[in-house]
Design a protein around this ligand. Structure first.
Ligand code: NIG
Ligand code: FE
Length: 416
């Protein structure tokens, strides 16, 4: 381990903090958990300054750091939720009941429910109220270990309401002190005022993007490429607009049918293709060649009672990294825990707990284009979680419960 430490006797040069007494799942290896038993990890200026075995520390912890934290259990990198729609108003519990009685997601969407019912709810509330309703979901994700959140627009579907959603997403990051990456998803559904005029709506989507980007509200661009969403030609126009601004793209791809969405992501050198239940072998090969991440969303798979599995073996065989996310949204995935997403991925997709943890950390960071987090390594952000577990595989095992003992983002502690 590189020594990046302070001189023990220069107190102003000490590390900000050090945690000892826990094992570390660094994930800093091509396979395995990168485990270090009886480890120690120090941070300074929001970044990891030292990682290794406690007995290899260059001095006594209290001489090396201003704060010494006694941990136990295991420490992992902070979890990264790389696909959420957690900014919304209201809920769709009634629609859930209708689906239990036999209505399909598509039936409900075509009848003006689904995404559009959340659009009505979002348009009705002001920015502060939207924040008030959304913040508890972000807090729940943080409390269960997520220190980076991606948040999409897509329930506004007009300039002012898309802007309102993206502003709320940014305010969540400021209020919680975690990284929020915003994604522009105006091409999520066709708003009623554009019924029958999807291409004209895409003209607007393309026109709003540079204005929102100018305000610093957009980190990436997404679309819903689906029979009940937008077709590949329309998606391509949205992607072209992103490319013109140098913004990375990602896509709701091949969730309910194969429209070649994941292949389109690969063609544009995009960050990720998400859902991907119906992705073809050709698209998997294209993703492997382009370096796109497959973002698996087991919450939506579970709630929609899907039966078509993503092409997991093909992803493995071609070395396409698989990330996990909650897809936290009121319709298809009212899921507010990354750990629960990991459990669902292990159960439904037979991911190993190790794949699930990598999917929730390293690969999820890659799906957001972030290379400063996802593993415990000197120089990475000091985003980490201390868990009350005996082995990291428990993170993919327990359903519910409270396992996160402490959550640190940028070296700041969030749970007491
Ligand atoms: O990721 N598929 C489209 N978007 C969301 C669902 C949004 C909603 O139903 O409100 C998804 O599943
Ligand atoms: Fe989604």
């Amino acid at each position: 381990t590189a020594y990046n430490g302070p001189m023990a006797n220069e107190s102003n040069n000490k590390w900000d903090g050090i945690i000892v007494g826990a094992s570390l799942a660094t994930l800093d290896a091509d396979s395995g958990y990168g485990g270090i038993e009886d480890g120690a990890m120090a941070w300074r200026g929001g970044c990891i300054a030292w990682v290794g075995r406690r007995r290899d520390l260059p001095g006594a912890p209290e001489e090396l750091a201003r704060e010494v934290v006694e941990g136990d259990g295991w420490i992992t990198p902070g979890l990264v939720d790389c696909h959420t729609h957690l900014v919304f108003a209201g809920d769709r519990a009634r629609e859930f009941e209708m689906r239990l009685q036999g209505a399909s997601y598509e039936d409900i969407a075509r009848a003006g429910g689904g995404i559009l019912s959340t659009v009505r709810a979002v348009r009705e509330v002001d920015e502060d109220e939207l924040l008030r309703q959304s913040l508890p979901r972000a807090l729940a994700l943080l409390a269960d270990g997520a220190t980076t959140l991606e948040i999409k627009s897509g329930y506004g579907l007009d300039f002012d309401n898309e802007r309102k959603m993206l502003r709320v997403a940014c305010r969540i990051g400021e209020q919680l002190g975690v990284t929020v990456r915003t994604t522009y998803l105006a091409a999520h559904a066709l708003p009623p005022e554009f019924a029958g005029r999807a291409d004209a709506y895409i003209d607007e989507v393309v026109a709003w993007l540079p204005r929102l980007h100018d305000e610093g509200l957009v980190d990436a661009v997404d679309a819903f490429c689906e029979g009940i969403g937008f077709d590949p030609a329309q998606t391509r126009r949205v992607f072209d607009a992103a490319r013109a601004l140098g913004l990375p793209v990602k896509l709701h791809a091949d969730q309910l049918s194969d429209l070649g969405g994941a292949g389109l992501v690969a063609e544009f050198g995009g960050l990720s293709a998400d859902h991907v239940e119906h992705t073809s072998a050709d698209s998997v090969r294209a993703m492997a060649a382009s370096g796109a991440v497959a973002v698996l969303l087991p919450g939506a798979f579970h709630v929609l009672r899907e039966t078509t599995l993503p092409p997991l073996d093909a992803f493995r065989e071609h070395g396409v990294p698989m990330a996990l996310a909650t897809d936290c949204n009121p319709g298809t995935s009212p899921l507010q825990s990354m750990r629960q997403a990991m459990q669902l991925a292990c159960t439904h997709f037979r991911l190993t707990p190790e794949e699930a943890l990598r999917g929730a950390t390293v690969h999820a960071a890659k799906a957001l284009g972030l290379d400063d987090r996802g593993v415990l390594r000197v120089g990475q952000r000091a985003d980490f979680v201390q868990w009350a577990i005996r082995h990291p595989s428990e993170l993919g095992y327990w359903l519910g419960g409270r396992l996160a003992r402490a959550v640190y983002a940028g070296g700041q502690r969030h749970l007491r």
